[in-house]
Design a binder for this molecule. Structure first.
Ligand SMILES: Nc1ncnc2c1ncn2[C@@H]1O[C@H](COP(=O)(O)OS(=O)(=O)O)[C@@H](OP(=O)(O)O)[C@H]1O
Length: 331
């Protein structure tokens, strides 16, 4: 006979990720360490900082999201080039379906062409992901350790894009002050938080390291890219991406300049010139209205130098250097 706990025993049962349900989710979130400082409070869940409303979605994902071997997951930390990577991968994969002159990127923000698995497009729940035909092009800001374990065992492909930490930090700081009205976080304070590992999806270095290590173990399934690398060699990067995704450019495509076309279509200059990326936006709830233009700012390498003093830069370099020491990953 099943042992039914008495009321007092029931309340003594600790809510954990394993037994959390829609009924006790709020109780569970209340048990997590909370910290304020960025535009919204964050909680520490499985050693990473995230917005409280995301915790339920991440837990739900473990049961509902069924990775397929043909899936392609674009993984990034916020502000590391997600929008760009989405545009590039979408264009490469769908190049036989769409002409460059009548392309979905000309009328849709790249963010909404590739859904996040933890937060499918506003108004759509996780079940929506299961309705997508294979091969699915998906994205995530989650660390590798929070993806359902089948993501590794089913051998789907993951492309991870990281970015020089100072540029990622400055981009984050601008974004935080823009996205929530009235937010005015001081750069120095933001840097202290970032260096303590307290940033959305942070600690920054742990997120990078998880994917970096996996890319060394499973190079055919996990491709590790850097924003700066794509900036300095865009065509080579596009070729590398196409090959990794199993759709290398043919000799005919090479001679007709398809790689150059992909680079041009997805370039910062082109995307920011489009009306769709200058106007409109999406209501994400929780007082957050995300304007399409917010995903584009400078789009350059080294803009940190226009904001951070030498001391600030040294501090972040030192922290990141220590954390990555011995890993083979460096910026
Ligand atoms: N096409 C293209 N090429 C190069 N760079 C680009 C491109 N699109 C966006 N960006 C720059 O990427 C930064 C935004 O990062 P994310 O797209 O990861 O943002 S988000 O986390 O998804 O909100 C942000 O960087 P900063 O300009 O340094 O703030 C964007 O300007």
């Amino acid at each position: 006979m099943a042992c039914i706990p008495s009321k007092s025993e029931e309340s003594a049962i600790e809510v954990s990720p394993e037994n959390v349900s829609s009924e006790n989710l709020e109780d569970f979130i209340r048990t997590l360490q909370t910290r304020e400082g960025w535009s919204q409070p964050m909680v520490l869940y499985k050693n990473y900082w995230c917005r409280p409303h995301l915790v339920g979605k991440i837990i739900l994902l473990q049961d509902i999201f069924k990775p397929r071997s043909s899936d392609i997951i674009l993984a990034t930390q916020p502000k590391c080039g997600t929008t760009w990577l989405k545009a590039l991968a979408f264009t490469i994969i769908n190049r036989s379906r769409y002409s460059f002159s009548d392309h979905p990127l000309l009328s849709s923000n790249p963010q909404y062409l590739v859904p996040f698995i933890e937060i499918p497009d506003p108004g759509r729940d996780h079940a929506y992901l299961e309705t997508l035909p294979s091969p699915r092009l998906l994205s995530t800001h989650l660390p590798l350790s929070m993806l359902p374990s089948e993501t590794s065992s089913c051998c789907c492909r993951i492309v991870y894009l990281c970015r020089e930490p100072k540029d990622a930090f400055v981009s984050r700081w601008h974004f935080e002050n823009k996205i929530v009205k009235g937010s005015n976080i001081e750069l120095n304070k933001a840097l202290d938080m970032f260096c303590e590992g307290f940033s959305p999806s942070g600690p920054f270095w742990n997120h990078c390291l998880e994917y970096w290590k996996e890319s060394l173990v499973r190079p055919n399934e996990v491709l590790f890219l850097k924003y700066e690398g794509i900036k300095s060699h865009p065509e080579e990067s596009v070729r590398q991406l196409a090959k990794f995704l199993g759709v290398p450019f043919t000799a005919e495509e090479e001679s007709s300049g398809v790689a150059q076309e992909v680079v041009k279509l997805c370039s910062f200059e082109n995307l920011t010139s489009l009306k769709v990326n200058q106007t409109g936006g999406v209501d994400h709830g929780n007082k957050i209205f995300v304007e399409n233009s917010v995903f584009f700012r400078k789009g350059s390498v080294g803009d940190w130098a226009n904001h951070m003093s030498e001391d600030m830069a040294e501090k972040l370099d030192r922290v990141v250097g220590e954390k990555l020491k011995g890993s083979g990953l460096a910026f």
